[in-house]
Design a protein around this ligand. Structure first.
Ligand code: R5P
Length: 310
């Protein structure tokens, strides 16, 4: 039993990197659209049957379509006789709606995860999901990769002196990220108190004094979308005396105008990863190695030998 990595037009290069790091065979899924726009995928049954199939398919941009394609890929792999279907979704769509904030809302991520498992995914591997607890909605093994050590190394390179460095979360929900990154390099961390209006989506901050006077600050978050959260946080931190501010996120979605908004707030550099295709101006680090490390441990636990020739 060996491992086959399946690449798609939306693997963002991670399929190639993972196949190389795992010394596994890699094949490309066939993609087309029916004339009415519906998605169609096909896998080569010969490289799927009896093997652990790792489908690498991120879910941004065009989340709805990417999600449906992930379902089709999982079903195709299971249907073609894969011994285990592992879906690597570096960016998991719909993860931010992880509860019913207002009556009548769906738990969107629950619907997404339940469907993936029902379609045939035995294992889901994702990177820095909005809230790791939400993966409990997946009926199978779900793993959240948070590359704290990699991020720690990135932070070290950004700032000259570790003694004058603090890792900040822009809200309490991201505090665990700041703690993980800061702890990996032995520096301090803190958070700001963000409040989001559940109806308008508007973000504001409660007054809070943090010890950033004369320090380099690295703001860490799961994603940057409009840039509003990071821009507001940066302004508050500069008002409190921060020297240089950097932003580090896993998913650099950065819609039109977001980078400019962040730069105008004085953020020196924005760092993202290859979970999604980051726009120009964002420095990108690859999360291939931390994902490969997790897959390697998973394959060992499954007792699977891997490599193209096994
Ligand atoms: C929210 O809780 C998330 O962790 C991010 O802080 C948020 O999605 C960032 O969005 P934006 O860049 O639009 O402020």
């Amino acid at each position: 039993m060996g491992v086959t990595v399946i690449g798609t037009p939306y693997s963002n290069g991670l399929d190639l990197k993972l196949a190389e790091l795992l010394n596994a065979e890699r094949v490309e899924a066939f993609f087309k659209r029916f004339p009415d726009g519906e998605a169609y995928v096909r896998l080569d049954e010969g490289v799927v049957r009896g093997r652990v199939v790792v489908v690498v398919h991120t879910m941004y941009p065009d989340q709805d379509r990417r999600f449906v394609e992930a379902l089709l890929l999982a079903e195709a792999a299971k249907g073609a006789g894969a011994s285990r279907v592992v879906v690597v979704a570096p960016y998991l769509a719909y993860a931010r709606q992880d509860k019913r904030f207002l009556p009548g809302e769906p738990i969107s991520v629950k619907a997404v995860l339940a469907s993936l498992a029902m379609a045939g995914a035995d294992v889901l591997v994702t990177v820095d999901v909005h809230k790791p607890e939400e993966l409990a909605w997946f009926h199978g093994v779900a793993i959240n990769v948070y590359p704290a050590r990699l991020y720690g190394e990135v932070v070290k390179k950004l700032c000259k002196s570790l003694s004058d460095l603090i890792v900040m979360a822009p809200d309490k929900g991201a505090l665990w990220r700041a703690k993980a990154v800061a702890s990996s390099i032995g520096v301090s961390y803190d958070y700001l108190e963000k409040v989001r209006d559940r109806v308008t989506g508007e973000v504001s901050y409660k007054p809070k004094t943090v010890d950033v006077e004369g320090k380099d600050v690295v703001l860490v978050d799961d994603m940057i979308t409009t840039g509003g959260t990071i821009a507001r946080a940066a302004r508050i931190l500069y008002e409190q005396g921060a020297k240089n501010i950097y932003a580090l996120c896993s998913h650099a979605i950065l819609l039109d105008g977001a980078l400019q908004r962040i730069k105008e707030a004085g953020v020196r550099e924005v760092i993202g990863t290859d979970t999604v295709k980051a726009p120009p101006g964002v420095k990108v680090v690859s999360v291939a190695q931390p994902i490969a490390d997790v897959l390697r441990r998973l394959l060992e636990l499954l007792g699977v030998g891997y490599g193209a020739s096994t």
